[in-house]
Design a protein around this ligand. Structure first.
Ligand code: 6MZ
Length: 340
């Protein structure tokens, strides 16, 4: 099963740039930023190992802050983007929707941040021709609304020049912080301008916010851990897929075990769902591993895994032609196995 899943041309729809740097890539990056003999480099490596011990949602956010230090220069950000694309390409991801929160510091403005990431994605097309990458700028709900407004304005502007590359807006960040309704104005503007919305919804138990988010609407739902059966029926009727990230949810403590993951409920209800990594670096996983985990936990066959991949093709923000190409790649792969 591992070989079958590894070689399957997969589709990743929920991946945060700074969360997708695995330990090796972080080492490569730290070496590039600080040089491997510097004191900073040894200190960074020691801190990283420390994060592995035990984990909860707050610890994950500390880990993001740590990774952000390494991508706080233009060179670091550019190299990180390249490494992330490389790692997804090596896992045979044929299509990747990457999300990232534009940041501003002494080295770059939010506009520069997006430009660097977009340029690196474009340059990566030559080096990694088998992976098609799109970008969704993220709003961090723990930052001020003015930052969200700036992010939306930039996303709209960049989408005008690169409509096939900047395809949507993500709302993420620590779900225990910030208030959804504060961001609905900015999100609405993005939607009016034709951007798709992916919203981290029901990652933690917050009934009133879940109601607000579902009433507001979205193209895809991040996590959906605490959706009720009625909410799931609503998602099914509205054809809104739930992006399921098993390792992330279990390691960050929002789901108690793989067996109890809500993906089971979604499959039983025949509700739309996609399997994703979330933060493959922070949670030390890959999409191959996630699909294997799903297959082993819920006794899925190869055909089920293909169906899950085709569901991801359907719910991607690729255009019709790109989706057709993606489906064809999966079909060719399946046919090549039959003739073996
Ligand atoms: C909510 C998350 C997340 O944007 O710096 N992020 N937000 N829930 C999660 N589940 C664990 N995982 C990642 O990537 C890292 C940022 O993505 C969001 C957080 O805002 C985190 O700081 P970027 O590339």
């Amino acid at each position: 099963m591992f070989k079958f899943l590894k070689e399957l041309p997969k589709v990743e729809l929920h991946a945060h740039l700074n969360g997708s740097l695995n330990t090796n890539s972080l080492r490569d990056l730290a070496e590039k930023v600080y040089g491997n003999t510097s004191e900073e480099f040894s200190q960074l490596c020691a801190r990283f190992v420390d994060f592995e011990k035990d984990s909860n949602l707050d610890k994950c956010f500390e880990k993001f802050a740590f990774v952000h230090e390494l991508t706080s220069t233009a060179e670091g950000l550019q190299y990180a983007t390249e490494l992330v694309i490389r790692d997804f390409a090596n896992d045979n991801i044929q299509y990747l929707e990457l999300r990232t929160t534009p940041k501003a510091n002494n080295n770059y403005l939010r506009r520069d941040y997006l430009r660097i990431v977009l340029d690196t994605i474009k340059k990566g097309r030559e080096k990694y021709p088998n992976i098609l990458v799109k970008l969704l700028p993220s709003i961090n709900r723990s930052e001020p609304v003015a930052v969200a407004e700036e992010t939306v304005a930039l996303a709209v502007e960049f989408a005008k020049t690169d409509p096939d590359l900047v395809v949507g807006i993500d709302l993420s960040g620590n779900p225990a912080q910030g208030k959804f309704t504060d961001f609905s104005g900015a999100l609405n503007l993005a939607r009016k301008e034709g951007l798709k919305l992916v919203i981290h919804c029901a990652e933690i138990d917050n009934t009133s916010e879940i109601k607000e988010m579902l009433a507001f609407g979205m193209s895809r739902c991040g996590h959906g851990t605490y959706l009720s059966s009625e909410d799931i029926a609503h998602m099914k009727a509205a054809d809104i897929p739930i992006e399921c990230c098993l390792t992330s949810n279990v390691k960050s403590g929002t789901v108690s075990s793989f067996e109890e993951h809500h993906l089971k409920q979604l499959m039983e209800a025949d509700a739309p769902k996609v399997v994703c990594t979330d933060d493959s670096g922070v949670f030390d996983t890959t999409l191959t591993n996630e699909l294997l985990l799903v297959a082993e936990t819920f006794n899925l066959t190869r055909d089920h895994c293909i169906d899950l991949t085709m569901e991801a093709v359907k719910h991607s923000f690729a255009n019709d032609e790109e989706r057709q190409q993606m489906a064809l790649k999966v079909e060719h792969y399946v046919n090549s196995l039959k003739s073996e």
